[in-house]
Design a protein around this ligand. Sequence first.
Ligand SMILES: NC(=O)c1ccc[n+]([C@@H]2O[C@H](COP(=O)([O-])OP(=O)(O)OC[C@H]3O[C@@H](n4cnc5c(N)ncnc54)[C@H](OP(=O)(O)O)[C@@H]3O)[C@@H](O)[C@H]2O)c1
Length: 310
Amino acid sequence: MLRTGEREVPRPGDGDVLVRVAGAGVNRPDVLQRLGKYPPPPGASPIPGLEISGTIVESRSARWSTGDVVCALVAGGGYAEYCTVPAEQCLPVPQGISIEHAAAIPETFFTVWTNLFDRGRLRFGETVLIHGGTSGIGTTAIQLATASGAVVIATAGSDEKCDACRRLGASRAINYHTEDFVAAAADATHNSGVDVVLDIIGGDYTARNLECLRLNGRLLQIGLLGGARATVNLSPILQKRLTITGSTLRARSPQEKGAIARSLHEHVWPLFAAGRVRPIVSATYPLAAAADAHRALEAGHVIGKLVLAP
Ligand SMILES: NC(=O)c1ccc[n+]([C@@H]2O[C@H](COP(=O)([O-])OP(=O)(O)OC[C@H]3O[C@@H](n4cnc5c(N)ncnc54)[C@H](OP(=O)(O)O)[C@@H]3O)[C@@H](O)[C@H]2O)c1
């Protein structure tokens, strides 16, 4: 259950900044945390919220000053009026993006960037299959993959969501309720298969994802909405020299998150300034209505992200 309450303003430690929150992004992991399925890592705030934007009101780092306007990845505590964050996990609000909408950037951009390009080694001209194309993760992945020159095939649960995937840059969108995504991906690639699959479902998608991959393909498992267990035929891994990998972001050290932030600043922040990528925010709710935002996300009708504004 989500309810509002009063807490002391958190105190920044050495190397941290204190941010007066303008916006807090809502992510599926927040829903999982609320349901008791994704506990905060040791030392993290028990308050939900993995990303924020706002103004620095106290800095204990040489990197940022009071008055700087930032967006930041946090390990918890984002659904609040004030939040502390390690300085290296902050980035300036990108040019052309409002401070409120910038709250919807960090969690999915950090996650997609490090998985698609670091672990997945997605390259110009390759083809990537992105499941859940209109999720927060999916809308980010379609845009980043397209901007990098990859060909995107996306899956989604309705024709309206498929239209949204195409508008974001997918060359083919598959309504998985009416089409078999394995056959559709084969058709879209003239039976050669895709180079990378970015999957948030797991479960019985796993064997089918392996079927979709071509020689030297990579399966990136970053969510398990369809279940953590799978029975698969291992032969395609040998025959097609496949790689299966995955990662979580939240428990990584501030240094690791800082390295991803620096890479985003160098490679992705110019894409914001050029209008080639943006956070897809479908609605903003008052912070006190966070429970309504969770209900909307769980109902499955959201395209992109929701933001809470204190
Ligand atoms: N590993 C990491 O570092 C990391 C970081 C952030 C998020 N994640 C994970 O990525 C996933 C997506 O997060 P998000 O915040 O982008 O989610 P989201 O915006 O809430 O979107 C989830 C979408 O997944 C689709 N879906 C398909 N099967 C589903 C099922 N069984 N239950 C619920 N939704 C289902 C739905 O769209 P359709 O109508 O198209 O089916 C739904 O809208 C989550 O599993 C989350 O835990 C991982």
